[in-house]
Structure formats: structure tokens, C-alpha cells
Design a protein around this ligand. Sequence first.
Ligand code: URA
Length: 223
Amino acid sequence: MTNATKAVEDAVHLLPQTRQLRALHTIIRDRHADRADFVFNASRIIRRLVETGLELLPFEPYDVQTPVGRTYHGLRASSQICGVSVARAGESMEAELRAVAPAVRIGKILIQRDVVTKLPHLYYSKLPADIAHRHVLLLDPMLATGGTALAAIEVLLGKGVPEEHIVFINLLSAPEGIAVVRERYPSVRMVTSSIEERLNENAYMLPGIGDFGDRYFGTDVVA
Ligand code: URA
């Protein structure tokens, strides 16, 4: 393994490509999937992504006594965390984060491409006041060109979050987007369930899933 390949592997945590994961992807990538199936099965994958993201955070030794009188030399999470979802698609990931961390604080960022300049523009952000002291799970299911991801990471850094405290969680990622994030912010770790082939001319991933937000929230349905 070259040093460059190792660096990418350290930064990008790809879920194990099991048959079960492939079956879940098959359901949600199917253009004929109904919305209930899409939401249910996307959420199952998101739960795995969130659990993997939590694995990357710090732990400290912690002993407990078992009911049969032995000491179990365990671990416990040793950092404060928060989620930050990139509206709108990232909001689809909040429920799975709350399911494993019910008291978690969740901030939001809204970034959209300016119609004139075509550059990502920050329209809104609301983040925990003490975010600089937390590890952040940044939630956005699609990493395509990487433009939104860079803008979101910049907002977090601007609030004092150290780069190495950011874990970016997405469901599908394009090699182009991974490269952009890796190059600008090498200490940001990424968790994904698929590295796609490439982007098409409209910046959709291939083989892809279409517009995730529209499919998840049901705004793609023609009356
Ligand atoms: N956003 C999506 O919803 N899908 C893509 O393929 C790329 C960006």
C-alpha cells in the first residue's frame, strides 16, 4: 500500500461491503422504490453510518462490576459530541443519531448554490454555543462535488471546532468530492457506505440514487 492510499484509507471509513448492505442499497437505488421503502432502508444504512462515526471518537478506560462479582475493564466515550445537519437532506440523518444518542445536541446549516455566482452560499446556521469544545458529526447523505461539504466545514472551523474533531458522515460519496475534502481538510474523517464511480454532467453520482432529498421527503412526486 502506498502512503497516499494509506492516507485515504485513514480518512475515509467505508462500511464493510457486506451482502446485507448491498441488499439495502439495491432497494433504495431502485428508481421504482416507493417512499416508505426508501425512507426505511436508507435509515437502516444511516444507523450503521452513525454507529461507525461514533467508533471514531475518543474513549477512556472505565471499569464496572458485573452482577456475578467480577470487574469488567470497559470503555466509555470521553468526549462531548454534537450533530450538525446540512439542510435539507442532512435532516434525514438526525433521527438515527438521536436513536443512539437521545440527548445529543443538533445544529443546522443551510448552504445553497448562489444562482448567479454558482458558489455555495451560507444562508443560515444555528449551532450549539459550546461547539468548539465538542466533536462534531457532520451529517449530509450526499458528497458529490464537495462544494457544500467544504462550505459546511468552513463554518465549523470558523466557530473554533478543530479540524480533527469533525467526522463527516454521508451515505454516498463521489471520488471527486472525497478528493476535494481530503485535499483541503486532511484531518477531517469521512464515513460512507459507498464510493461511487463518478459524477455525471449534472453533478449527480453514478450509479447513484437520484436526488436524495426529493426521494426521502417525497418532493419528487409529480401530481
Ligand atoms: N445530491 C443528490 O441528491 N444526489 C446526487 O447524486 C448528488 C447530489
